[in-house]
Design a protein around this ligand. Structure first.
Ligand SMILES: NC(=O)NCCC[C@H](N)C(=O)O
Length: 330
């Protein structure tokens, strides 16, 4: 039996808000545009195919200086579903790894590609890439920001709870992490109330906090800080566990494991959370360290949905950024 053809994009919803040139951090999206992007991602999740008319024949580059499972595969699959190809470029395979500047690389890649996605260490590298590129640059994770993850997190929360505004969440552990910084910005844009429980030395950057608080005065959200995980989860509808050792900090493994030992999300901690609380994690998880297997695989886990939502949110972000950029250049 032949399947009915999906509706052409002209009849489909699109993001009409203020679309940024690049997606380097969550705050590049103003709150209404972020909400529209989530709407589009929800549509793409329900009907993933039939969006390739505008971008068929295009290509994205995935410049990856760190390992990646979810981000690389979701971006590449999203590109494929939009009729594009994805070229994965590891640092050592590029002249970038042998002395060519980030700016020169960006300039040249822009003449072949419709978007450049970058996973790197210093956030300044993503900024340099975006400054020199003439196509959209998407931050596929830097040491300070992970916007692609936050889009998937918000979609998962919205699907589960229905609405984001007024929701309460707790982030447990490393308050300096890229995931924490971006989740904070996502909560700020969505009018959510976040408590970050981090040990001394792992506190969220004051400037990132200040910007989130500023936005929260408009969206109605709030952020508070504590060193006590039990206090943080007390009213939390979502409890976010974070890796103790990020992928570029293996040399700090021993110290981090010691400092963050009291920041494990397990059944004992969740006994202090509301009955409805769900558990989040960006993955990869170290089972038995920052989260137990019982929790990760248990009925409160939203983790697999977060991971699955990387695909439709990547699809929505790429489609929106690239089609907007093309409109601006024609
Ligand atoms: N979902 C992901 O993209 N996970 C990558 C690991 C994130 C973690 N915060 C890290 O930087 O190592």
């Amino acid at each position: 039996m032949t399947q009915p053809l999906p509706a052409p994009e002209a009849d489909r919803p699109a993001v009409t808000g203020k679309v940024p040139d690049d997606l380097l951090r969550v705050s590049d999206l103003d709150p209404p545009t972020l909400a529209e992007l989530l709407d589009l991602a929800a549509d793409m999740k329900e009907e993933p195919l039939g969006w390739e008319r505008d971008l068929r024949g295009g290509a994205i580059g995935c410049v990856f200086e760190k390992p990646s499972t979810r981000t690389r595969v979701s971006l590449a699959t999203a590109a494929h579903r939009l009729g594009m190809t994805a070229i994965v470029l590891n640092r050592q395979e590029l002249q970038l790894g042998h002395g060519e500047t980030v700016a020169d690389t960006a300039r040249v890649l822009s003449s072949y590609l419709d978007a450049i996605t970058v996973r790197t260490f210093d956030h300044a590298t993503v900024e340099q890439m975006a400054d020199a590129a003439t196509v959209p640059v998407v931050n596929a994770l830097s040491n300070t920001h992970h916007p692609c993850q936050s889009l998937a997190d918000l979609l998962a929360l919205r699907e589960h709870f229905g609405a984001l505004a007024g929701m309460t969440a707790a982030f447990i552990g490393d308050g300096t992490s890229n995931t924490c910084n971006s989740f904070l910005a996502a909560c700020a844009a969505s009018g959510m109330h976040l408590t970050i429980a981090a040990p001394p030395g792992y506190e969220t950057d004051m400037d990132i906090l200040r910007k989130a608080r500023e936005l929260m005065t408009h969206t109605g959200g709030s952020v508070s800080l504590t060193t006590e995980p039990i206090e943080a989860v007390g009213a939390a509808q979502a409890v976010y566990a974070e890796v103790w050792v990020p992928m570029d900090r293996h040399h700090e493994r021993e110290a981090r494991t010691e400092h963050l030992a009291a920041y494990r999300v397990d059944d004992a901690l969740l006994a202090h959370a509301p009955r409805e609380a769900v558990v989040m994690h960006c993955l990869p998880a170290v089972r038995g360290q920052e989260i137990t297997s019982e929790v990760l695989d248990g009925p409160r886990s939203l983790v697999w949905r977060q991971a699955a939502n990387r695909l439709p949110t990547a699809q929505a972000a790429l489609h929106t950024l690239i089609t907007t950029a093309r409109r601006h250049t024609t």
